[in-house]
Design a protein around this ligand. Structure first.
Ligand SMILES: [Cu+2]
Length: 620
């Protein structure tokens, strides 16, 4: 069992961009780092042994509980630690605990004894937050994980930071990769829950929270550290009986179900298995939904809203219904579409979310149908381009009689997209995601937490071109803090009404789509609307996006969300700086902020005033 110091040192070797235990950044020469990436003698680059068999559809779906607030936090949060705290004082307080526990992925042996797992408040996925616009919250997150050497999860690091993907969140609450806490510490996250610039068109719906520890995101999320954070407002009110005329009355309550997809490998004892030496990406051979292997879910013969999320680590999905009927798609990456569309299939790269409505009212009690995956992928590089034949069923729906009349609706119009104002554009930048000398790079460099690769000015907009430099790899690129408004895909102009489709291995674009014609627009494979927070770069792709930076200052990141690529170390730091202080090219944090930057894990924490004093020590 490696001690923590050893684990950190190892991460420097493998990632090339880690921080040595004395806090100095590792200089990474891609060529010399190559040797560290090769598996040790005798070890295959891919884990060739299959997980133990598990009968499909013998256990019910796990639906995570809704997170409940507490009266107060002791000690109280420190207002000085947060931007805009006085403007957005928290109306609700939450305590959440990162813990180790036994999780039963499947009832059959050898799974039935449970696997050592991490999660929040005793479950994975952790509890689902129900948040509302106009209702700021303060989440106090405790790291109660056992120290290295004690933990049953021996591949992840009990050093954590939780990112709220893709909240409009101040840097110090965003869960930055370098803002980690260790066992026994806590961190306060202030989620102000207001749309960017108070523009209602900037609102988001389905977010998720997940670990983002520098160099260990993939392993820590794989171990179980993720969950949902749902945002409601007066339109998407979370009440299908809402009398407010503005309310959309989408299926709500127990008919609004978040579904997170993870593919996982298990050892012969039914324990979750990881391969630290695979830097292409980890694929599991057991498909889980909300961390249960191929569960079933009883549905009443009525409409349901499902929030589909690809939780990674590396697999891409193309989801379809076994009935052959289309999904009714409401959102792409938490961005509500201008109008619902029908899609035969949904393409989900890692971290992407799509909310759908499925109407079971035409089915009789006893009927069964399935969500299936139709996309073949045989290694971490990305989908093969071939179709899985037969498709792989992941979730079984068992239809039962409806208990009451279904009051829910799907409105014809949803939410207009934010306006693109090119007059605000201050800089244009190019980010090339590639593979250099055995490392995953952005513009030829690996991540370095004290190097700022873009200084963007608060109050401005920028145009970023995100390019896949390779022809055989796929990279789902995610930028924190701000949504992409896609301007072009491979030179093809994208409008608010454009929906990206994917047919026969090619990007196809469906133009809208006249809502007056009565029937919903229809696409073959939904890859996203104009606004998203993950730009899926298939081999050779180039996507140009418009992004705006407002309300907050500080450090953020953009990275590949194949989290194995992210950890090795396909990520850039960019900072929102004061107006007039922006810059192009890379600068050290020391140069930008004037003071010598502390090692990231020791730099003054925004929640300093609320740190527990009895920090447990696991460095020995
Ligand atoms: Cu990637």
């Amino acid at each position: 069992m490696p001690k923590r110091r050893d684990v950190l040192r190892w991460s420097v070797a493998a990632g090339g961009a880690g921080v040595l235990s004395d806090g100095t950044a590792a200089a990474a020469d891609p060529k010399t780092m190559l040797g560290y990436l090769c598996p040790p003698d005798g070890e295959k680059p891919e884990l060739a042994t299959a997980s133990p068999p598990a009968r499909p559809f013998v256990q019910p779906l796990f639906v995570p509980p809704v997170k409940q607030p507490v009266e107060r936090l002791v000690p109280p949060p420190d207002p000085r630690a947060h931007q805009l705290y006085a403007k957005f004082p928290p109306k609700k307080f939450y305590e959440i605990r990162e813990q180790e526990f036994t999780w039963i992925y499947h009832p059959d042996p050898p799974y039935g004894n449970g696997s050592g797992s991490w999660g929040y408040d005793g479950s994975t996925p952790g509890p689902t937050y129900h948040a509302r616009y106009g209702e700021p919250v303060l989440v106090r997150r405790y790291n109660d994980l056992p120290p290295v050497g004690v933990s049953r999860v021996n591949f992840a690091l009990p050093s954590t930071t939780t990112h709220l993907h893709n909240g409009h969140t101040a840097s110090e609450s965003d869960g930055q990769p370098q803002n980690w806490i260790d066992s026994g510490e806590f961190w306060d996250h202030h989620y102000a829950n207001f749309p960017a610039r108070h523009d209602p068109r900037e609102k988001l719906t389905t977010l998720w929270y997940h670990d983002h520890r520098m160099d260990f995101t993939a392993a820590n999320v794989y171990a179980g550290l993720d969950g949902f954070y749902l945002l409601f407002d007066e339109e998407d009110s979370g009440d299908e009986n809402d009398p407010d005329p503005r309310a959309w009355r989408l299926p709500s309550g127990k008919y609004d179900v978040p579904l997170i997809f993870h593919d996982i490998l298990f050892d012969e004892n039914g324990q979750v298995r990881w391969n630290s030496f695979n830097t292409d990406g980890i694929l599991g051979d057991r498909y889980t939904v909300n961390r249960k292997i191929q569960p079933y879910f009883e549905v009443e013969a009525r409409k349901y809203r499902f929030r589909l999320l690809n939780g990674g680590p590396s697999r891409f999905y193309r989801l379809a219904l076994s009935s052959g009927k289309p999904f009714c798609v409401l959102t792409g990456d938490g961005n509500v579409l201008p109008e619902p569309i029908d899609a035969d299939q949904i393409y989900l790269s890692v971290a992407q979310r799509v909310d759908v409505v499925i109407d079971f009212s035409a089915y009789a009690p006893g009927d069964k149908l399935y969500i299936v995956n139709t996309l073949e992928q045989s290694n971490g590089r990305g989908p093969s381009g071939r179709t899985l034949n037969p498709p792989l069923p992941i979730l079984e729906f068992r239809v039962i009689k409806a208990t009451a009349r279904d009051p829910s609706r799907v409105p014809k119009r949803l939410r207009p997209l934010p306006h693109v104002d090119l007059a605000l554009v201050k800089h244009e930048r190019v980010w090339e995601f590639d593979y250099d000398g055995g490392l995953w790079t952005v513009n030829g460099k690996v991540f370095e937490p004290n190097r700022i690769d873009a200084g963007v000015e608060q109050g401005t907009a920028e145009i970023w071109t995100i390019r896949n430099g390779g022809n055989s790899w796929s990279h789902p690129v995610h930028c924190h803090f701000t949504e992409f408004i896609v301007l072009e895909v491979n030179g093809r102009k994208i409008l608010p009404t454009t929906v990206q489709d994917h047919i026969g291995g090619r990007h196809v674009f469906t133009e809208n789509l006249d809502p007056t014609i009565g029937s919903r627009p229809h696409v073959s494979t939904f890859m996203g609307g104009q606004r998203r927070d993950v730009a899926t770069l298939l081999p050779g792709d180039e996507i140009t996006v418009y992004i705006r930076f407002s309300d907050f200052l500080g450090k953020y990141v953009m990275h590949c969300h194949n989290v194995v690529h992210e950890d090795h170390a396909m990520m850039v730091r960019w900072d929102i700086v004061e107006p007039g202080k922006g810059f192009v090219g890379s600068r050290s944090a020391r140069r930008v902020y004037g003071t010598p930057p502390a090692p990231p894990h020791l730099e003054p924490r925004p929640a300093n005033g609320t740190q527990q004093q009895d920090q447990s020590e696991d460095e020995s």
